[in-house]
Design a binder for this molecule. Structure first.
Ligand SMILES: *Cc1c(COP(=O)(O)O)cnc(C)c1O
Length: 364
Protein backbone atom coordinates (compact mmCIF):
# COMPACT_ATOMS: atom_id res chain seq x y z
CA UNK A 1 0.00 0.00 0.00
CA UNK A 2 1.51 3.38 -0.93
CA UNK A 3 1.65 5.86 1.94
CA UNK A 4 -0.60 8.69 0.69
CA UNK A 5 0.41 11.11 3.47
CA UNK A 6 3.94 11.68 2.09
CA UNK A 7 4.78 13.27 -1.24
CA UNK A 8 5.76 10.92 -4.07
CA UNK A 9 9.44 9.98 -3.94
CA UNK A 10 11.20 10.81 -7.21
CA UNK A 11 12.79 7.74 -8.77
CA UNK A 12 16.59 7.70 -8.72
CA UNK A 13 16.54 7.91 -12.52
CA UNK A 14 15.09 11.41 -12.23
CA UNK A 15 17.85 12.48 -9.83
CA UNK A 16 20.98 11.18 -11.55
CA UNK A 17 22.74 12.54 -14.64
CA UNK A 18 20.45 11.88 -17.62
CA UNK A 19 23.20 10.00 -19.51
CA UNK A 20 23.76 7.71 -16.49
CA UNK A 21 20.00 7.05 -16.28
CA UNK A 22 20.07 6.09 -19.98
CA UNK A 23 23.08 3.77 -19.52
CA UNK A 24 22.36 0.04 -19.34
CA UNK A 25 25.42 -0.72 -17.16
CA UNK A 26 27.95 -3.54 -17.53
CA UNK A 27 26.59 -6.98 -16.58
CA UNK A 28 29.34 -9.43 -15.55
CA UNK A 29 28.93 -13.16 -16.21
CA UNK A 30 26.85 -15.16 -13.74
CA UNK A 31 28.60 -15.85 -10.41
CA UNK A 32 26.35 -18.42 -8.71
CA UNK A 33 26.97 -18.58 -4.96
CA UNK A 34 26.81 -22.12 -3.58
CA UNK A 35 25.66 -25.22 -5.43
CA UNK A 36 27.85 -27.55 -7.44
CA UNK A 37 28.37 -25.77 -10.74
CA UNK A 38 30.93 -26.49 -13.39
CA UNK A 39 31.81 -22.89 -14.16
CA UNK A 40 33.08 -22.33 -17.67
CA UNK A 41 31.56 -18.86 -18.17
CA UNK A 42 33.89 -16.11 -16.92
CA UNK A 43 37.38 -17.26 -17.96
CA UNK A 44 38.66 -17.84 -14.45
CA UNK A 45 41.61 -20.17 -14.08
CA UNK A 46 40.37 -23.61 -12.95
CA UNK A 47 43.47 -24.31 -10.83
CA UNK A 48 44.50 -22.85 -7.46
CA UNK A 49 47.14 -20.07 -7.54
CA UNK A 50 50.80 -20.52 -6.63
CA UNK A 51 51.14 -21.66 -2.97
CA UNK A 52 53.45 -18.68 -2.48
CA UNK A 53 50.35 -16.45 -2.63
CA UNK A 54 48.77 -17.83 0.56
CA UNK A 55 52.10 -17.62 2.40
CA UNK A 56 52.49 -13.96 1.40
CA UNK A 57 48.94 -13.11 2.54
CA UNK A 58 49.42 -14.80 5.92
CA UNK A 59 52.73 -13.00 6.46
CA UNK A 60 51.02 -9.67 5.68
CA UNK A 61 48.42 -10.18 8.43
CA UNK A 62 51.14 -10.21 11.13
CA UNK A 63 51.78 -7.24 13.40
CA UNK A 64 50.56 -3.75 12.43
CA UNK A 65 50.92 -4.13 8.67
CA UNK A 66 47.18 -3.92 7.98
CA UNK A 67 46.74 -1.03 10.41
CA UNK A 68 48.67 1.17 8.00
CA UNK A 69 47.70 2.45 4.55
CA UNK A 70 49.12 0.52 1.62
CA UNK A 71 52.00 1.80 -0.48
CA UNK A 72 50.17 4.06 -3.02
CA UNK A 73 52.48 2.89 -5.84
CA UNK A 74 52.91 -0.78 -4.87
CA UNK A 75 56.68 -0.36 -5.12
CA UNK A 76 57.63 -3.93 -4.16
CA UNK A 77 55.41 -5.28 -6.91
CA UNK A 78 56.72 -2.83 -9.50
CA UNK A 79 60.32 -3.74 -8.71
CA UNK A 80 59.68 -7.47 -9.05
CA UNK A 81 57.48 -7.09 -12.15
CA UNK A 82 60.05 -4.81 -13.76
CA UNK A 83 62.65 -7.59 -13.51
CA UNK A 84 60.28 -10.17 -14.99
CA UNK A 85 59.23 -7.88 -17.88
CA UNK A 86 62.62 -6.30 -18.56
CA UNK A 87 61.50 -2.70 -18.04
CA UNK A 88 62.24 -0.16 -15.32
CA UNK A 89 59.73 0.12 -12.34
CA UNK A 90 58.61 3.61 -13.43
CA UNK A 91 57.09 1.99 -16.56
CA UNK A 92 54.50 0.18 -14.40
CA UNK A 93 51.22 1.34 -12.80
CA UNK A 94 49.23 -1.07 -10.60
CA UNK A 95 45.47 -1.28 -10.40
CA UNK A 96 42.61 -2.95 -8.56
CA UNK A 97 42.23 -5.46 -11.40
CA UNK A 98 42.81 -4.41 -14.99
CA UNK A 99 39.25 -3.01 -15.05
CA UNK A 100 40.52 -0.29 -12.67
CA UNK A 101 43.33 0.49 -15.12
CA UNK A 102 40.88 0.66 -18.03
CA UNK A 103 38.78 3.13 -16.00
CA UNK A 104 41.89 5.25 -15.27
CA UNK A 105 42.90 5.15 -18.95
CA UNK A 106 39.50 6.23 -20.28
CA UNK A 107 39.26 9.00 -17.69
CA UNK A 108 42.78 10.20 -18.52
CA UNK A 109 42.48 10.29 -22.31
CA UNK A 110 38.81 10.76 -23.25
CA UNK A 111 36.82 13.81 -22.14
CA UNK A 112 33.03 14.22 -22.20
CA UNK A 113 31.79 14.40 -25.78
CA UNK A 114 35.06 12.97 -27.17
CA UNK A 115 35.64 9.70 -29.01
CA UNK A 116 36.96 6.27 -28.03
CA UNK A 117 37.65 3.74 -30.80
CA UNK A 118 37.04 0.07 -30.09
CA UNK A 119 36.59 -3.05 -32.20
CA UNK A 120 33.30 -4.98 -32.22
CA UNK A 121 32.52 -7.47 -30.87
CA UNK A 122 34.94 -7.19 -27.98
CA UNK A 123 34.98 -6.58 -24.21
CA UNK A 124 31.67 -4.83 -23.47
CA UNK A 125 33.12 -2.85 -20.53
CA UNK A 126 34.93 -0.42 -22.89
CA UNK A 127 31.60 0.92 -24.08
CA UNK A 128 30.30 1.25 -20.51
CA UNK A 129 33.40 3.19 -19.44
CA UNK A 130 32.96 5.61 -22.35
CA UNK A 131 29.29 6.03 -21.37
CA UNK A 132 30.14 6.87 -17.74
CA UNK A 133 32.62 9.44 -19.05
CA UNK A 134 29.97 11.01 -21.30
CA UNK A 135 32.14 10.04 -24.27
CA UNK A 136 31.23 8.37 -27.59
CA UNK A 137 32.38 5.06 -29.04
CA UNK A 138 33.49 4.65 -32.62
CA UNK A 139 33.02 0.91 -33.11
CA UNK A 140 34.85 -0.81 -35.90
CA UNK A 141 33.60 -4.30 -36.81
CA UNK A 142 36.02 -7.20 -37.01
CA UNK A 143 36.16 -8.94 -40.38
CA UNK A 144 34.81 -12.52 -40.61
CA UNK A 145 38.34 -13.86 -39.93
CA UNK A 146 38.70 -11.57 -36.86
CA UNK A 147 41.21 -9.29 -38.58
CA UNK A 148 40.83 -5.49 -38.41
CA UNK A 149 40.76 -3.20 -41.44
CA UNK A 150 42.99 -0.14 -41.80
CA UNK A 151 39.87 1.86 -40.92
CA UNK A 152 40.60 1.02 -37.26
CA UNK A 153 43.77 3.11 -37.61
CA UNK A 154 42.02 6.22 -38.99
CA UNK A 155 42.90 9.23 -36.81
CA UNK A 156 39.34 10.58 -36.81
CA UNK A 157 35.72 9.44 -37.14
CA UNK A 158 34.08 9.55 -40.57
CA UNK A 159 32.51 12.87 -39.44
CA UNK A 160 36.02 14.23 -38.74
CA UNK A 161 36.06 14.13 -34.92
CA UNK A 162 39.49 13.21 -33.53
CA UNK A 163 39.85 9.82 -31.82
CA UNK A 164 41.30 10.32 -28.32
CA UNK A 165 41.95 6.71 -27.33
CA UNK A 166 41.78 3.29 -29.00
CA UNK A 167 41.51 0.03 -27.05
CA UNK A 168 42.18 -3.41 -28.53
CA UNK A 169 41.73 -6.58 -26.46
CA UNK A 170 44.55 -8.82 -27.66
CA UNK A 171 43.83 -11.74 -27.51
CA UNK A 172 40.26 -10.61 -28.09
CA UNK A 173 37.18 -11.80 -26.21
CA UNK A 174 34.93 -13.52 -27.28
CA UNK A 175 36.99 -14.77 -30.24
CA UNK A 176 40.26 -15.69 -28.48
CA UNK A 177 42.06 -14.46 -31.59
CA UNK A 178 45.32 -12.49 -31.61
CA UNK A 179 46.21 -9.60 -33.89
CA UNK A 180 49.93 -10.06 -34.62
CA UNK A 181 52.05 -7.36 -32.90
CA UNK A 182 53.19 -6.08 -36.33
CA UNK A 183 49.54 -5.45 -37.19
CA UNK A 184 48.89 -3.66 -33.89
CA UNK A 185 52.04 -1.58 -34.52
CA UNK A 186 50.80 -0.59 -37.98
CA UNK A 187 47.37 0.46 -36.65
CA UNK A 188 48.96 2.34 -33.73
CA UNK A 189 51.28 4.20 -36.10
CA UNK A 190 48.32 5.39 -38.18
CA UNK A 191 46.34 6.52 -35.12
CA UNK A 192 47.39 9.86 -33.63
CA UNK A 193 46.15 8.99 -30.12
CA UNK A 194 47.04 6.69 -27.21
CA UNK A 195 46.47 3.00 -27.95
CA UNK A 196 45.72 0.51 -25.17
CA UNK A 197 46.44 -3.14 -25.82
CA UNK A 198 44.40 -5.06 -23.22
CA UNK A 199 46.44 -8.22 -22.65
CA UNK A 200 44.21 -9.76 -19.96
CA UNK A 201 44.84 -13.07 -21.80
CA UNK A 202 48.36 -12.24 -23.00
CA UNK A 203 50.03 -14.97 -20.94
CA UNK A 204 48.17 -17.66 -22.92
CA UNK A 205 49.20 -16.26 -26.33
CA UNK A 206 52.19 -16.91 -28.59
CA UNK A 207 53.07 -13.19 -28.78
CA UNK A 208 52.44 -9.89 -26.98
CA UNK A 209 52.84 -6.16 -27.56
CA UNK A 210 55.29 -5.29 -24.77
CA UNK A 211 57.99 -4.39 -27.31
CA UNK A 212 55.60 -1.87 -28.91
CA UNK A 213 55.53 0.05 -25.61
CA UNK A 214 59.29 0.52 -25.94
CA UNK A 215 59.00 1.55 -29.59
CA UNK A 216 55.94 3.81 -29.49
CA UNK A 217 55.28 6.26 -26.59
CA UNK A 218 51.55 6.15 -27.39
CA UNK A 219 51.16 2.40 -26.75
CA UNK A 220 50.04 1.15 -23.32
CA UNK A 221 49.72 -2.55 -22.41
CA UNK A 222 47.46 -3.74 -19.57
CA UNK A 223 47.73 -7.12 -17.82
CA UNK A 224 45.53 -8.92 -15.31
CA UNK A 225 46.15 -11.39 -12.48
CA UNK A 226 42.60 -12.71 -12.81
CA UNK A 227 43.16 -15.23 -15.59
CA UNK A 228 46.71 -16.51 -15.99
CA UNK A 229 47.65 -16.15 -12.29
CA UNK A 230 44.37 -17.66 -10.98
CA UNK A 231 43.66 -14.62 -8.79
CA UNK A 232 40.31 -13.24 -10.04
CA UNK A 233 39.08 -12.94 -6.45
CA UNK A 234 42.09 -10.86 -5.43
CA UNK A 235 41.72 -7.92 -7.88
CA UNK A 236 45.11 -6.96 -9.26
CA UNK A 237 46.41 -5.81 -12.61
CA UNK A 238 49.00 -3.46 -14.04
CA UNK A 239 49.68 -1.20 -17.00
CA UNK A 240 53.01 -0.84 -18.82
CA UNK A 241 53.76 2.46 -20.54
CA UNK A 242 56.58 4.94 -20.91
CA UNK A 243 57.27 6.87 -17.65
CA UNK A 244 55.80 10.21 -18.79
CA UNK A 245 52.50 8.39 -19.55
CA UNK A 246 52.54 6.56 -16.19
CA UNK A 247 53.04 9.94 -14.45
CA UNK A 248 49.82 11.29 -16.02
CA UNK A 249 47.85 8.14 -15.13
CA UNK A 250 49.02 8.41 -11.50
CA UNK A 251 47.17 11.73 -11.21
CA UNK A 252 43.87 10.06 -12.08
CA UNK A 253 44.00 6.88 -9.99
CA UNK A 254 42.57 6.60 -6.47
CA UNK A 255 45.29 7.24 -3.85
CA UNK A 256 45.17 3.70 -2.47
CA UNK A 257 43.77 1.74 -5.38
CA UNK A 258 45.58 -1.50 -4.42
CA UNK A 259 45.41 -2.90 -0.90
CA UNK A 260 48.31 -4.31 1.10
CA UNK A 261 47.13 -7.94 0.84
CA UNK A 262 46.75 -7.87 -2.93
CA UNK A 263 50.11 -6.14 -3.44
CA UNK A 264 51.84 -8.84 -1.35
CA UNK A 265 49.92 -11.64 -3.07
CA UNK A 266 50.54 -10.36 -6.60
CA UNK A 267 54.23 -9.88 -5.86
CA UNK A 268 54.48 -13.50 -4.69
CA UNK A 269 52.52 -14.66 -7.75
CA UNK A 270 54.67 -12.86 -10.33
CA UNK A 271 57.75 -14.13 -8.50
CA UNK A 272 56.67 -17.73 -9.24
CA UNK A 273 57.21 -17.85 -13.00
CA UNK A 274 57.66 -21.63 -12.85
CA UNK A 275 54.05 -21.91 -11.64
CA UNK A 276 52.89 -19.66 -14.50
CA UNK A 277 54.73 -21.71 -17.15
CA UNK A 278 53.30 -24.96 -15.80
CA UNK A 279 49.73 -23.64 -15.56
CA UNK A 280 49.94 -22.10 -19.03
CA UNK A 281 51.08 -25.38 -20.57
CA UNK A 282 48.23 -27.25 -18.89
CA UNK A 283 45.58 -24.75 -20.06
CA UNK A 284 46.95 -24.76 -23.61
CA UNK A 285 46.86 -28.58 -23.76
CA UNK A 286 43.23 -28.66 -22.56
CA UNK A 287 42.35 -25.84 -24.98
CA UNK A 288 43.64 -27.96 -27.87
CA UNK A 289 41.56 -30.95 -26.72
CA UNK A 290 38.40 -28.84 -26.25
CA UNK A 291 38.80 -27.18 -29.67
CA UNK A 292 39.27 -30.50 -31.49
CA UNK A 293 36.36 -32.15 -29.63
CA UNK A 294 33.98 -29.29 -30.49
CA UNK A 295 34.98 -29.53 -34.14
CA UNK A 296 34.33 -33.25 -34.17
CA UNK A 297 30.83 -32.48 -32.81
CA UNK A 298 30.14 -30.25 -35.84
CA UNK A 299 30.80 -26.86 -34.24
CA UNK A 300 32.97 -24.17 -35.71
CA UNK A 301 35.57 -23.65 -32.96
CA UNK A 302 37.81 -20.63 -33.43
CA UNK A 303 41.53 -21.34 -32.94
CA UNK A 304 42.21 -19.65 -29.56
CA UNK A 305 45.19 -17.81 -28.06
CA UNK A 306 43.38 -17.36 -24.73
CA UNK A 307 41.88 -19.58 -22.00
CA UNK A 308 38.50 -19.96 -23.72
CA UNK A 309 37.14 -21.16 -27.05
CA UNK A 310 34.52 -19.36 -29.18
CA UNK A 311 32.13 -21.82 -30.79
CA UNK A 312 29.27 -21.47 -33.22
CA UNK A 313 27.12 -24.14 -34.80
CA UNK A 314 26.30 -23.89 -38.53
CA UNK A 315 22.65 -24.95 -38.06
CA UNK A 316 21.55 -25.08 -34.45
CA UNK A 317 20.52 -22.03 -32.37
CA UNK A 318 23.00 -21.33 -29.59
CA UNK A 319 20.83 -20.20 -26.70
CA UNK A 320 19.04 -23.55 -26.14
CA UNK A 321 22.44 -25.27 -25.99
CA UNK A 322 23.55 -22.87 -23.24
CA UNK A 323 20.23 -23.42 -21.41
CA UNK A 324 20.38 -27.22 -21.67
CA UNK A 325 23.92 -27.21 -20.23
CA UNK A 326 22.83 -24.87 -17.42
CA UNK A 327 19.99 -27.25 -16.52
CA UNK A 328 22.70 -29.90 -16.06
CA UNK A 329 24.79 -27.65 -13.78
CA UNK A 330 27.29 -26.54 -16.43
CA UNK A 331 27.65 -22.80 -17.04
CA UNK A 332 29.12 -21.51 -20.27
CA UNK A 333 28.62 -18.04 -21.79
CA UNK A 334 25.97 -17.36 -24.40
CA UNK A 335 26.97 -14.12 -26.09
CA UNK A 336 24.62 -12.11 -28.27
CA UNK A 337 26.01 -9.03 -29.99
CA UNK A 338 23.38 -6.69 -31.47
CA UNK A 339 23.87 -6.19 -35.20
CA UNK A 340 26.47 -8.94 -35.35
CA UNK A 341 25.31 -12.36 -34.14
CA UNK A 342 25.77 -14.79 -31.30
CA UNK A 343 27.75 -17.82 -30.15
CA UNK A 344 29.05 -19.77 -27.18
CA UNK A 345 32.20 -18.91 -25.25
CA UNK A 346 33.59 -21.83 -23.27
CA UNK A 347 36.29 -21.31 -20.64
CA UNK A 348 39.08 -23.90 -20.54
CA UNK A 349 38.45 -25.73 -17.25
CA UNK A 350 40.30 -28.67 -15.74
CA UNK A 351 40.45 -31.83 -17.85
CA UNK A 352 37.73 -33.37 -15.64
CA UNK A 353 35.46 -30.33 -16.11
CA UNK A 354 35.95 -30.37 -19.88
CA UNK A 355 35.26 -34.13 -19.98
CA UNK A 356 31.98 -33.56 -18.08
CA UNK A 357 31.09 -30.65 -20.39
CA UNK A 358 31.79 -32.70 -23.55
CA UNK A 359 29.83 -35.68 -22.24
CA UNK A 360 26.86 -33.36 -21.63
CA UNK A 361 26.97 -31.36 -24.89
CA UNK A 362 27.12 -34.63 -26.86
CA UNK A 363 23.66 -35.55 -25.54
CA UNK A 364 22.07 -32.19 -26.48
C1 LIG B 1 38.75 -10.39 -17.67
C2 LIG B 1 39.09 -9.23 -18.54
C3 LIG B 1 39.53 -8.03 -17.98
C4 LIG B 1 39.41 -7.73 -16.52
O1 LIG B 1 40.36 -8.23 -15.76
P1 LIG B 1 40.40 -7.90 -14.21
O2 LIG B 1 41.86 -7.82 -13.94
O3 LIG B 1 39.71 -9.04 -13.51
O4 LIG B 1 39.71 -6.59 -13.94
C5 LIG B 1 39.96 -7.02 -18.84
N1 LIG B 1 39.89 -7.18 -20.17
C6 LIG B 1 39.43 -8.30 -20.73
C7 LIG B 1 39.38 -8.42 -22.21
C8 LIG B 1 39.00 -9.35 -19.93
O5 LIG B 1 38.48 -10.45 -20.47
Amino acid sequence: MPNISTPATPTAAALVRSDIAALSGYVPGEQPQGGKWIKLNTNENPYPPSPAVARAIVATTAGRTLAKYPDPLATVFRMRAAEVLGVSPDWILCGNGSDDLLTILVRTFVGAGEWLRIPYPSYILYRTLAGIQGAHCDECHYNADWSLDDRFGAASTTAGDPIKLAIIANPNSPSGTLLPPVRVAALANRLACAVVVDEAYGDFADANCLDLVRQNPRVIVTRSFSKSYALAGLRFGFAVAQPHVIAELQKVKDSYNCDTLSIAAATAAIDDQAWLADNRARIIATRRRLTDAMRSLGYHAQESQANFVWCTHPERPHKPIYEALKAQGILIRFMHYAGWGDGLRITVGTDEEIDAFLACIKTI
